[in-house]
Design a protein around this ligand. Structure first.
Ligand code: SAM
Length: 308
């Protein structure tokens, strides 16, 4: 009997065989995917990054006052660490822990951070947030601030989002806090353009997941045979990204295969858009005590500071 595949290959095969085929968004992030995401954050249509940065900048002094110096800042999904760099320069933490699944990209980002803030104690953890992971055992004893910007919480369905907020509550420890960025509900055209830009960078990012799968699971996807699709599902208040088969096609991998009809789709990402009061309620249900939040003049994005 052939050995059953383990790890990412098993997870990928299960997703491709599901009645609605799916690929988990973490598989966007090989080195090429991380680089494409960098380009997305600079696109005119992708308002999220610049709006969140502007909020953090405008309210940085107040955030610094509320958090106080000497905290240990922990960022799950740290990416390029650019927002953390600005935050750490403001709040003078004792330590910064950068966690990400995209190893090479994270190491390069942390090297840049160490060069800019040489006095900061920076720790690196390559880990999948969906699995169990342990923080370095010798972190400073002071309060902890979990930092979860980028509206990454939007990638989780409601129940897993609540479960993740509860994990972040535990990670932040007693007298800790969470600083989290959340994308808000807005005009459908603005939302859909942000996930389907004119230059086609988001399309390239979505399609790159297929190349990543070919390497991780031995699938034989031909990315040219797939189309990027992004649409706002108002009933579920989420942007959905899919890859759509341009023609009937057979995808095979060691131990499995699936036939896709022309027009059939693989679901690659959800990005939930919240109302600020609904998100405050979620923080409450996750066990956070009080939350302060800030937004931009158009109320497109919100940053919450919640205490454990
Ligand atoms: C949308 S980017 C946000 C990056 C950064 N926090 C920011 O706000 O600019 C998401 C980041 O999370 C990482 N990531 C995605 N899924 C992950 C997972 N399951 N475990 C760890 N990191 C993950 C990606 O590699 C990527 O760097």
């Amino acid at each position: 009997m052939p050995a059953s595949p383990a790890g990412p290959a098993a997870e990928i095969a299960a997703g491709l065989c599901a009645p609605q085929a799916r690929i988990a968004p973490k598989f966007f992030y090989d080195a090429e995917g991380s680089a494409l995401f960098e380009r997305i954050t600079e696109l005119p249509e992708y308002y999220l990054t610049r709006t969140e940065r502007a909020i953090l900048e405008a309210h940085g002094a107040e955030i610094g006052r509320l958090v106080g110096p000497g905290a240990t800042v922990i960022e799950p999904g740290a990416g390029n660490c650019r927002k953390a760099r600005a935050l750490c320069a403001r709040i003078a933490p004792a330590c910064f822990v950068a966690i990400d699944i995209s190893a090479d990209f994270l190491h390069a980002a942390v090297a840049g951070l160490r060069a800019t803030l040489p006095a900061l104690d920076v720790r690196v953890l390559v880990a999948d947030l969906g699995a169990e992971f342990s923080l370095p055992p010798d972190l400073p004893a002071g309060p902890r601030l979990s930092f979860y910007p980028g509206s990454s919480i939007g990638n989780f369905d409601p129940a897993p989002a609540l479960a993740l907020l509860r994990r972040l509550h535990a990670l932040s420890g007693p007298d800790g806090a969470l600083l989290i960025g959340v994308d808000l509900v807005k005009d459908e055209a603005v939302l859909e353009a942000a996930y389907d830009d004119a230059a086609g960078v988001t399309a390239a990012f979505n399609l790159n997941a297929l190349r990543h799968l070919n390497r991780l699971a031995g699938t034989d996807f031909e990315p040219a045979g797939w189309r990027h699709r992004a649409r706002f599902n108002r009933a579920q208040s989420r942007i959905e990204m899919h890859l759509e088969a341009a023609d009937d096609t057979l995808v095979s991998w060691p131990g499995g295969r699936r036939r896709f009809r022309r027009g059939e789709r693989i679901h690659t990402e959800n990005s939930y858009k919240y109302r600020a009061d609904a998100f405050a309620g979620l923080l409450d249900r996750a066990g956070f005590r009080t939350s302060t939040w800030w937004t931009d003049p158009a109320q497109w994005f919100a940053v919450f500071l919640a205490r454990t």
